[in-house]
Design a binder for this molecule. Sequence first.
Ligand code: GRF
Length: 190
Amino acid sequence: MTKQIAIFASGSGSNAEKIAEYLTNIPDVETTLILSNNPKAGVIDRARRLHIPVLLFDRTTFYESNQVTRLLQAQKIDLIVLAGFMWLMPSELVQAFPDRIVNIHPALLPKFGGKGMYGHFVHEAVVAAGETESGITIHYVNEHYDEGQIIFQASCPVAPTDSPEDVARHVQKLEHEHYPRIVAELVAAM
Ligand code: GRF
């Protein structure tokens, strides 16, 4: 049976693209759908280039109906991958896909996580705190931002002269190196 993946993204979509490209080389795994809450998200063009269907939804559909959950169930989605998706997952969706929703956070959780801690805000906080390392955390998703069980972490050094942009670059390199592989491993274990 082919395993079906759905990817949620709100922004540029570089991780979504890396994951979808990586999975094209894995037999019996398919990126079935890319979903976004942002009609201007860069991920939409990347999905089109990869010929992956895109579903856009608004806040009312996502939080006041279970249309998205029902669609994912109808598509027999095996694993939901969040890659720069900014909204909290509704509890009915989390409960419909227990331990089948994963996210990547651009820092070493539990530090520098939680509501409002995303993108450059994370890297600015890491530099401001004088941290000597940062990294990525891949974790299961529950009803709270960045609190699900940790699946994988990788770290990179932060030099005293590093700017938040330098840290962001080092962290993105780790994301693109590890997230596709970890997703493939999770699917293989299903
Ligand atoms: C990544 O840094 C990821 O860790 C975070 O959101 C960012 C998404 O980047 N959750 P992109 O849209 O995949 O380039």
